[in-house]
Design a binder for this molecule. Structure first.
Ligand SMILES: [Fe+2]
Ligand SMILES: [Fe+2]
Length: 289
């Protein structure tokens, strides 16, 4: 969790960024767990909450796994003991297991989205899959936080960390141009029904962009247009949230989300650049809000 008084985590500090992303994954798992309690009283809201959580896991979650498997693990592996290297093998295996359960979960949600009356008959299956997903993800995240990250901090030097940052940045830019880099996980193989998720696909309808973004995120993006600036520092962006400590925390969370989704890019020293995707969404927000 990002806390006031601690530096904001960006891709410039890749290990901290990965750890902060773990907190956001845990938030989405909690949302998926709670959502089934609301099938009966607020089915549309429950489905929307699930849809947003799945979108996050399907885009930022996939990028996170790629950051680990492509940029982090290979730099660590040659310098690990046999026992430590076995940890990486297990983590990679767990990534596959998470992916498999998540794929099934998306199929169930797609069935519900296609026919919301299916929600209650499918409730048990949905809950079982969410329990399985949490049971895989939570200990995986805990191990990475408590064992992998300290190990990496002890091994990687500043130059290597900067290279990982650069790879993570490029990976996000490439994914923005070509979402298929995410490995086709938006429409898992064998899935007979699909749900359209906005976000990482990069080719979004105006309505989807706005529905997929909360009010504070829109306000943050609007500030770039209103101030006529391509880049703003964090202190200016805090104004979007009201500037009290709790609002600052929310703005930090939103800015991180906008970086993850490719709407903003970190330029160091707490400055953030509005990307072309961000500019498009910001213009949209100005026109509507
Ligand atoms: Fe992982
Ligand atoms: Fe991780």
């Amino acid at each position: 969790m990002i806390r006031i008084g601690e530096p904001a985590t960006t891709i410039d500090t890749p290990l901290e960024h990965l750890t902060a992303c773990h907190r956001r994954v845990e938030d989405r798992l909690a949302t998926l767990t709670r959502a089934a309690d609301h099938w009966r009283d607020a089915p549309e809201a429950a489905l929307e909450a699930i849809r947003k959580s799945i979108l996050f896991l399907d885009s930022n979650g996939v990028l996170h796994t790629m950051d680990e498997e492509v940029s982090l693990f290979p730099r660590l592996r040659p310098r690990l003991t046999v026992e430590e290297a076995a940890h990486l093998d297990r983590l990679e295996q767990q990534h596959h297991e998470v992916e498999s359960v998540f794929s099934e979960l998306k199929d169930v949600v797609a069935e519900i989205a296609a026919s919301p009356r299916q929600a209650i008959p499918l409730e048990t299956r949905y809950q079982d899959l969410v329990i399985q997903l949490c049971g895989l993800y939570r200990p995986h995240i805990q191990f990475e936080d408590e064992v992998l990250m300290p190990l990496a901090r002890g091994i990687l030097d500043q130059g290597e960390l900067e290279n990982i940052s650069q790879e993570m940045r490029i990976r996000r830019q490439r994914t923005e141009r070509d979402p298929s880099i995410l490995g086709g996980r938006h429409s898992p193989p064998g899935s007979s029904k699909t749900v359209e998720y906005p976000g990482a696909k990069g080719v979004l309808q105006k309505e989807d962009r706005l529905l997929g973004m909360d009010e504070l995120a829109r306000r943050v993006l609007k500030m770039f247009i209103e101030m006529g600036s391509e880049s703003l520092d964090l202190h200016t962006l805090f104004e979007a949230g009201g500037n009290d400590p709790e609002s600052r925390k929310r703005v930090l969370d939103v800015v991180m989300g906008l970086i993850d989704s490719g709407h903003l890019e970190s330029r160091g020293s707490d400055f953030y650049l509005l990307t072309s995707k961000g500019r498009s969404a910001a213009g949209c927000a100005v026109g509507v809000v």
